[in-house]
Design a protein around this ligand. Sequence first.
Ligand SMILES: Cc1cc2nc3c(=O)[nH]c(=O)nc-3n(C[C@H](O)[C@H](O)[C@H](O)COP(=O)(O)OP(=O)(O)OC[C@H]3O[C@@H](n4cnc5c(N)ncnc54)[C@H](O)[C@@H]3O)c2cc1C
Length: 505
Amino acid sequence: MSKKRIVIVGSGPGGLAAGMILAKRGFSVTIVEKDDKIGGRTSEIKLGDYSFDTGPTFLHQKFTLDETFAEAGRNSSDYLDLVKLDPMTKLSWGDKTLETTYDQKRMAENIEASFPGHSEGYERFMKDHGEKLRRIYPVLQKPYHKLSAYCRSELLKVFPYIATNDTVVDVLDRYFPDDNLKLAFTFQSKYLGMSPWKCPALFTILSYTEYKYGIYHTTGGLCKIPEAMAKVFAEEGGELRLSTPVDQILFSGKSATGVKLTSGEEIKADHVIMNADYANAMHTVMNGFGKSKKKLEGKKYSCSTFMLYLGLDTLYEEEPHHHIMFADNYSKNIDEISGEKQVSDDMSMYIRNSSITDKTVAPEGHSQLYILVPTINCRHGHDWETTKAEYRNKILDRIEQRTSMKDLRSHIVEEKVYTPDTWRDSGIFMGATFNLAHTIDQMLYFRPHNKLKGFQNLFLVGGGTHPGSGLPTILESARISSNLICEEENVVSESVDLATSILAN
Ligand SMILES: Cc1cc2nc3c(=O)[nH]c(=O)nc-3n(C[C@H](O)[C@H](O)[C@H](O)COP(=O)(O)OP(=O)(O)OC[C@H]3O[C@@H](n4cnc5c(N)ncnc54)[C@H](O)[C@@H]3O)c2cc1C
């Protein structure tokens, strides 16, 4: 019998993960990618001899990455050099700092040193959240394209956590009376591009996961993850075509029959998987079966980011790998971003100096800095073209004033700036870098389904579908959609579960 054919639109982490799993399970898989490189928002940016991650720099829940590789019959450590970071992140509020670690004893000591008398709240938080994560985790591994999914026993167990109007901050108020310390457990909402004052309460599991299981760097950058998946995909016989934009998905009634490329070529398929940004794809490549731009604008979206990628002719040894500097008035900064209109002058920022851990990303004695400033998405427009130079200077001023990098400007030899418009122009709807917002009304059944509603054989993977944005959830979306296709094709595969025993401890 000939193999069933699958076309995947996009080689982001979601597309590549689905590609390697399905190729391993015996499907004939072609991934078509519009760009001349793989990885999407997780691709590499090369500037001279410097290598940068475009987007992700924190890898959480390594066990989900391991499970994804195991689904393809591989061990992630054979393809990636994963480095567990300790300390993890330096947090600073003006002069006050906290160094975070997954070592709970040291974390409590660090909290005591910076916030005397407050480690009890941290210990209680860690104790309570083990059970919360154990209950929520299985919910994130199942599809929600049928309302009957709400009757599943694992979902019933988490209703107390999701059927509430409480936000992340409401939950944290019960543990952390100090507003600054509270922020150490809220900034993870920004991984979803959301305000912790609006982010649903269930997402306190993000900071718990980080502080319990740690975060990882990948030697060479997190862009090595898509590269590793592409390698497995090729080993399993998958076909990857770069610089191959899809113009339209082809349909016969409610069935997708393949894709038409901008070159005019048609690729026939039994199933189509969409990894391209959900909202962008829905109004550009759906051949009249998608949604109007206006309708899509009615949904809620994440924030965007202003990025500086700097190649330096020096290495700041005393600067940490990850550094988050909170705005002086963080809640105002978050309000401005959520309001989608005003660019904050008092901005929060994240600086990543991975060269202190990883000597492969810059020439010897040199380094590269990745600077991310969360900012408004493009909903209301902002003239970045005329303001980006000034904003870049404000960011550099703040770094020179508040870190040991007093002479930063004089060491810049390579530079690239991304504004929200850059993200938008690369095919991300509204430049909302972290996709559709993760509000209760846009999650589970209410998020675009893994099997797209109304179609027989069109599936979604990536941050725009269930469970959501962020590498572990994106990998999970690939596993969910791959399993749905296998169910329909009666392809039996053994499910991989490394998480249960890890979460039990
Ligand atoms: C600045 C930033 C920082 C982030 N940091 C983290 C982090 O630290 N940790 C974390 O876990 N997550 C992080 N994320 C979130 C998330 O992990 C990444 O955005 C991830 O790359 C999203 O993967 P994806 O599979 O959804 O899609 P994408 O990476 O967006 O890939 C989609 C692919 O589809 C292609 N495509 C689109 N249209 C077409 C077409 N018509 N034809 C062919 N191909 C097409 C695109 O070119 C792209 O390659 C970050 C994101 C950003 C932007």
